[in-house]
Design a protein around this ligand. Structure first.
Ligand SMILES: [Zn+2]
Length: 477
């Protein structure tokens, strides 16, 4: 019988923090620049220099920890991680091994098979390394130290992922969250968010972890999903053929759709850690954590719950609106202007999302005047325009920032509010359709709808249906 296997993946996600200066010195963190121009004696590891922790880095790390429901340590410190690093002039990386800033959190993700909680093992702070540029012409390697000392956090998950789809859902959700709390620009193509994938396979039902391989510095979601699937397949085929998976670092080659071995190593014992003597231990007060928590924006799930309880909109509507922060802001402004939560939700989920889709705009690019939308909504709710006219007005506001009232007038969308004119149309319809009048008198409700349709045709759909209904009822024998 064929053995069924399951994938076990844990992720280490490196995120560059969007502070203005580096983690232990005042150099700029700006991307690019001529090689070795964003450097100083501290970040290039000159002898005798003393690093000083950038408080903003600590604050950002705590923010991320709070967003991921982690415990925040009250006492933290840094360690030196010694290894041969060609891209770190100090030959060690200042990182946290023993007392990471955050531990034991989680992030809920949604996949096609439902929602799932991914455990966060820990978050630690560290410095980035420089960049090696291999020059095949001169057969030598140049080093740009501009990235040295750019602050990073490493978010280490539990090995909770069982598919490439889950990995991608997690990275998308994490990116959204980090952008939302403003700690990173999360530009994957510039390397400000990158993932190391630890992957093993095991027979379904087994509790034991298989031997894992690591694929480092993956910075494209599409690539990550394929890499997970292909590497799992490679390991399964290897085991099925009687071979053994070797613990090693592999590099994913997107052009060849396969990974290849880089080096075998990478256990904590391969590094030599010891406490960083130049940085004071951190003592983090309860008050400061509370202050950071207070300044955090409201999260999507909190907004969702609040929208449901405060505005009494449906779970589905709340879900749709809170999928994007700009839509939440627009919704709250609309409700504030119109006091019509349900109608505002419908407008956003119906027309606004449709128009975004149609024009290929993202919610972030949405520039629409909530006051104008509110005016259009008042017009339809007041029976001044009908639903079709309303849609047209919204589209005009969306695409050309039109003034709703001017637009309604120019396009002749205003409804007939004159009761005399409606009465004339009703009379005409009754005269022309005696059969329907009879049917209605005999209790056939359908006939009423038919008559309304006839009246509306005469009025070119520009009468308030409520007024038409009322007058028709009054005039029917
Ligand atoms: Zn520096």
């Amino acid at each position: 019988m064929m053995t069924a296997y399951e994938i076990v993946v844990g992720l280490e996600v490196h995120v560059e923090l969007a502070t203005a200066s580096k983690i232990f010195c005042g150099c700029t963190t700006e991307f690019g620049g001529d090689p070795n121009t964003h450097v100083c004696p501290v970040c290039t590891g000159m002898p005798g220099v003393l690093p000083v922790l950038n408080k903003k880095v600590l604050e950002f790390a705590i923010r991320v920890g709070l967003a991921l429901d982690c415990a925040i340590t009250r006492y933290g410190k840094f360690d030196r991680k010694n290894y041969f690093y060609p891209d770190l002039p100090k030959a060690y990386q200042t990182s946290q091994l023993f007392l990471p800033i955050c531990t034991e959190g989680f992030l809920d993700i949604a996949t096609e098979s439902g929602s799932k909680r991914i455990g966060i093992h820990e978050i630690h702070m560290e410095e980035d390394a420089g960049k090696l540029i291999h020059d095949p012409w001169e057969d030598c390697t140049h080093i740009d130290y501009n990235r040295c000392g750019v602050p990073l956090i490493e978010i280490v998950s539990e090995p909770d992922f069982r598919s490439g789809e889950e990995v991608v859902a997690y990275l998308e959700r994490l990116r959204e969250l980090l952008l939302y709390i403003g700690v990173s620009d999360c530009k994957m193509q510039e390397g400000s968010m990158r993932a190391d994938i630890n992957l093993s396979v095991r027979p379904v039902g087994s509790q034991q972890l298989g031997t894992r391989t690591e694929m480092k510095n993956m910075n494209s979601l599409k690539m990550i999903q394929r890499a997970v699937e292909c590497e799992a397949q490679r390991q399964i085929e290897l085991i099925e053929a009687g071979g053994k998976v070797v613990q090693e670092t592999r590099r994913w080659d997107d052009n060849k759709d396969s990974s290849f071995a880089m080096r075998s190593k990478e256990n904590a014992q391969d590094y030599r850690y010891f406490p960083e003597p130049d940085l004071l231990p951190m003592s983090i007060s309860e008050e400061w954590i509370a202050e950071i928590a207070r300044e955090m924006p409201e999260f999507a799930h909190q907004k969702r719950e609040r929208f449901i309880s405060q505005f009494e909109i449906s779970d589905y509507d709340a879900q749709m609106i809170t999928s994007e922060k700009p839509l939440c802001d627009l919704f709250e402004r609309l409700v504030q202007e119109t006091s019509q939560p349900k109608e505002s939700a419908n407008l956003i989920i119906g027309e606004i999302m449709r128009l975004l889709n149609k024009t290929g705009q993202t919610a972030e690019e949405l520039r629409i005047d909530p006051l104008k939308l509110a005016k259009a909504m008042e017009a339809v709710l007041g029976g001044f325009i009908n639903r079709n006219g309303y849609k047209e007005v919204i589209e005009a506001v969306f695409t050309t920032d039109a003034d709703p009232l001017v637009y309604i007038q120019q396009k002749g969308l205003a409804m007939i509010g004159d009761e005399e004119q409606i009465k004339t149309a009703v009379m005409q319809a009754l005269e022309l359709n005696p059969k329907s009048v009879e049917d209605y008198a005999a209790g056939k409700e359908k006939a009423f709808g038919f008559l309304v349709g006839q009246i509306m045709r005469v009025l070119k759909g520009k009468a308030d249906p409520q007024i038409v209904n009322r007058i028709l009822k009054e005039m029917l024998p």
